[in-house]
Design a binder for this molecule. Structure first.
Ligand SMILES: Cc1cc2nc3c(=O)[nH]c(=O)nc-3n(C[C@H](O)[C@H](O)[C@H](O)COP(=O)(O)O)c2cc1C
Length: 136
């Protein structure tokens, strides 16, 4: 871990986070920490736990890989069948938890979920290795 990442994480753990140190825009604050997670050599900075909920209220969670984070929101790619897709169709709300243990930090996100447009899905699919495309 870089010295800067180490100082930031240790300071956060011992002295807590103060609102005035944080960017008022939560996405910009996320991007700042995300850059730190990448620079801090977190082995999988994009891994994130995605929680969804079934119509009867049963929650479920699984690991995903983040593909983007900007003012539009957080994006990931998945198939349209399977449990998370069914649950998101029925209840398009979800929670994400990033955990960057090297920074001793978690980021929690909650909100509405919507499908990306077909152009973005197609572009992502085209960018993947042939074996991953076959697997998908
Ligand atoms: C580190 C890690 C990253 C993963 N990333 C993805 C992903 O980006 N998209 C995806 O559909 N599944 C991903 N998976 C698999 C999911 O965790 C999950 O098993 C799968 O999507 C089926 O979930 P579901 O039955 O709730 O639909 C990942 C698993 C691991 C361990």
């Amino acid at each position: 871990m870089s010295l800067l990442a180490r100082i930031v994480s240790v300071r956060g753990v011992f002295f807590g986070l103060r609102a005035e140190q944080l960017d008022p825009d939560p996405i910009r604050q996320f991007q700042r920490w995300f850059r730190l997670a990448r620079r801090g050599r977190c082995p999988w900075p994009t891994s994130v736990c995605l929680a969804t909920v079934a119509p009867d209220g049963t929650p479920s969670a699984r690991m995903m890989l983040l593909k983007g984070a900007d003012e539009q929101g957080f994006s990931f790619f998945t198939h349209y069948v399977g449990r998370k897709a069914r649950e998101l169709d029925a209840c398009p709300r979800a929670a994400l938890v990033f955990h960057w243990i090297e920074l001793l930090r978690q980021v929690r996100v909650e909100g509405r979920v919507e499908k990306l447009g077909p152009e973005e899905s197609d572009a992502y699919f085209a960018s993947r290795a042939r074996l991953s495309q076959i697997g998908a």
